[in-house]
Design a protein around this ligand. Structure first.
Ligand code: ATP
Length: 681
């Protein structure tokens, strides 16, 4: 009833209905799914699976969306050549087949070879192959009359083909495929389908300056450019698909706005798609007929805890937890995690998933994106009370409820070691969302940075809700030495990042936190209003703050109890450590703890006092002063301006605003910044 109700609602709202409803028979996969759950003794206790599929709308939502977009754009005559990119080797779900196919073989199932339709693949290592090769129960090549016809055409066009390696050379393959497209009739819709796997190998990115020495590559790129605009190919209803994991690796000429080739992104599975796949895996491995022997996916009870009061069954709670934890992974990677656990005969642990996630994402983005596991709440941060209160009230709540008014970006400004990274980690910990760090995308080789950033941004989209931390947004050093790089590429990389950062549909799902100690060197485009809603200054801590930093570090790092901490003379230590940052206090505490453990005694004030005395500050205090003033000059929220009377080391004029708020006189700040810049830089 619920299922029929959902279909009716979709129908009334004019929403798309699943394609399989157009067919007279219930899909084989679905019939088997329902029958197994009702009759297979292993599956009978898991009737909730069917309820889950219905209640989540898995049976009623059309799927997959990219295939529908492709169909619609093709049918509307918008294009006949497409680049399908990003998650193009993953399993695809279609109600007609379940999760049986990876994307290339899904295309074969979707566009079966029938009537007048030829479906041909090309990749560099196999040459041209018939689509039927990808189906387990296919005809042999000898029995495949369409393929035999194609081979005799190939020799008619004056090209050589022996049966196993046909048209390995891309120039010959393109020529033969073009002839075949021109000669075939238009009997079905789409007519013939030509699929290029690894399209980046046939038409790679980089302009004439890259491929100048390789005329063949330029001709290949031009051929595909020509096909996209070719009226004969369009009128005959042919469909050309270029598959690429990373669109940035495909020739720019094919990505031009008016070039005729349409790009469609195949996304990573989102929360709901992952739950669907994981519950399918649960079903799949539990069937009595399964070759691995029916087995339940088992979870480590400690990592995947169960709420006994919940109305949701324990196993379903665990499947949902796995779906949350695997954000940013493909279905293939999720299957791999389950299979590894099966093979080792151990339950799935959070560690197994985390490790897999870290290594996959690092290698996919060549270390550009790093998944971090926040382990400390903001309670581990000493001082910075105004900042913590602001983040807890303004950001945390709205991020938890995915409120679209959540700030899209926040800038953390101030000298090194003042707790910027730590506060971002604390915010991620308290909000329970994913936490990733975007590395230095400008540092990589030209072209490569674009490719890796484009993958990183796609993964970020798949990991929502997520906090993305960008350290050293200014890249003050890198930028200066970068002068010679191809500015076209680096500005395009940058534009791409800006585009994703200002994507309104991601508000409430992605919070960008960028840190910098030289905000004056941040690119102008980044500074524009709307990118970073709030700019927060992190100053060198006051005496009172230093005492709480000592306490926080002793508590979290030293594992000392509050009772033990109270016996230490932290006020005195705070006085003695004037001008020290949180990071420096951390070094001091570590040294003191080490000394105490060597002496085999409990930590005493004396250990800390000696460590403070023995610490030599290496930094140039003028430089820190400049960074502090630059931060103060940027702040755009009166509630976040520190009271200059609490920071006497700044030695600044202060002026009173509306009697309660006090702020530094901006004119003096600017003057002082100028003086310091002249003196230091
Ligand atoms: P950078 O600009 O160099 O990246 P940062 O401002 O991000 O510096 P953090 O990495 O957050 O500084 O700080 C370094 C270490 O110093 C932290 O891991 C933490 O242990 C300690 N620390 C800094 N500030 C504080 C603080 N307010 N309370 C507790 N610990 C702190």
């Amino acid at each position: 009833k619920e299922f029929i109700g959902q279909l009716e609602t979709r129908h009334q709202k004019g929403l798309l209905l699943p394609e399989w409803l157009r067919y007279p028979m219930i899909p084989f996969w679905l019939g088997e799914f329902i029958q197994n759950i009702r009759e297979d003794p292993m599956l009978q206790p898991h009737q909730w699976l069917l309820k889950l599929w219905i209640s989540q709308g898995f049976l009623t939502t059309p799927d997959p969306e990219w295939a529908l977009e492709l169909r619609d754009k093709f049918e509307a005559g918008i294009a006949h050549q497409f680049i399908l990119h990003f998650n193009v080797t993953d399993y695809v779900f279609d109600m007609r087949y379940g999760f049986e196919h990876r994307l290339p073989s899904y295309l074969v199932a979707r566009y079966p070879q029938e009537d007048g339709r030829d479906v041909l693949f090309y990749n560099r290592s196999q040459g041209v192959t018939p689509a039927a090769d990808r189906q387990a129960d296919s005809l042999s090549r000898e029995e495949n009359s369409r393929w035999q016809n194609f081979l005799s055409d190939v020799s008619r066009w004056g090209l050589r083909a022996n049966d196993l390696r046909v048209l390995m050379n891309p120039a010959e393959a393109l020529y033969a495929l073009e002839q075949s497209l021109y000669e075939s009739g238009n009997t079905c819709d789409p007519n013939s389908v030509v699929i290029f796997e690894f399209a980046e190998k046939v038409a790679p990115a980089g302009g004439i300056e890259f491929h100048g020495g390789n005329a063949d590559l330029l001709i290949q790129i031009e051929t595909l450019q020509r096909w996209a605009l070719d009226e004969r190919i369009r009128l005959k209803g042919h469909l050309i698909l270029l598959l690429a994991r990373n669109i940035a690796e495909v020739s720019d000429n094919l990505r031009e706005a008016n070039g005729g080739t349409e790009a469609i992104e195949v996304p990573m599975p989102d929360d709901s798609a992952r739950l669907k796949y994981i519950s399918y895996l649960f079903y799949h491995y539990l069937r009595s007929a399964h070759p691995l022997g029916a087995r339940e996916i088992c979870f480590d009870a400690k990592d995947f805890s169960i709420d006994p009061k919940s109305v949701i069954s324990p196993i379903e709670q665990q499947l949902r937890a796995l779906a949350n934890l695997t954000a940013g992974l493909t279905r293939v990677a999720i299957q791999d995690i389950v299979l590894r656990a099966f093979q080792a005969g151990t339950p799935i642990t959070a560690k197994l998933v985390q490790e897999r996630k870290e290594s996959t994402i690092r290698s996919e983005t060549r270390n550009l994106l790093e998944v971090l596991k926040p382990s400390r709440s903001m309670d581990a941060v000493g001082g910075l009370e105004k900042i913590k209160a602001f983040l807890r009230t303004e950001v945390l709540q709205s991020l938890k409820s995915r409120n679209p008014n959540t700030p899209a970006g926040i800038l953390f400004l101030g000298p090194p070691g003042t707790g910027k990274t730590l506060v971002a980690e604390g915010l991620a910990y308290e909000s329970g969302v994913n936490f990733v760090k975007l590395g230095n995308f400008r540092d990589q080789f030209v072209g490569q940075s674009e490719r890796n950033l484009s993958r990183a941004l796609n993964i970020i989209r798949a990991m929502t809700p997520v906090i993305v931390f960008i350290d050293e947004l200014d890249q003050s050093e890198g930028r200066r030495s970068e002068g010679n790089l191809d500015s076209g590429v680096s500005s395009r990389v940058f534009a791409k990042l800006l585009e994703v950062m200002s994507d309104e549909s991601l508000r409430g799902k992605v919070v960008w936190i960028a840190a910098s100690n030289r905000p004056d060197l941040i690119d102008d485009a980044m500074r524009r209003p709307g990118r970073f809603d709030d700019k927060i200054p992190f100053l060198v801590p006051t005496e009172e703050e230093r005492a709480s930093i000592f306490a926080a570090i002793l508590r979290h790092k030293g594992k000392l109890s509050d009772e033990d901490i109270n016996t230490l003379a932290l006020d005195m230590l705070a006085r003695e450590s004037n001008g020290f940052t949180g990071a420096e206090i951390e070094v001091i505490v570590s040294r003191a703890l080490r000394k105490a453990s060597i002496d085999n005694v409990v930590l005493q004030t004396q250990h800390l006092k000696e460590a403070v005395k023995g610490f030599i500050k290496s930094v140039n205090s003028e430089k820190y002063r400049l960074m502090t003033l630059l931060a103060l000059a940027e702040v755009n929220n009166i509630a976040l301006i520190p009271d200059p009377r609490e920071h006497p080391q700044l030695e600044m004029d202060w002026i009173s605003v509306d009697g309660t708020h006090v702020r530094i006189n901006q004119a003096t700040v600017q003057q002082e910044i100028k003086r310091l810049k002249n003196a230091i830089l």
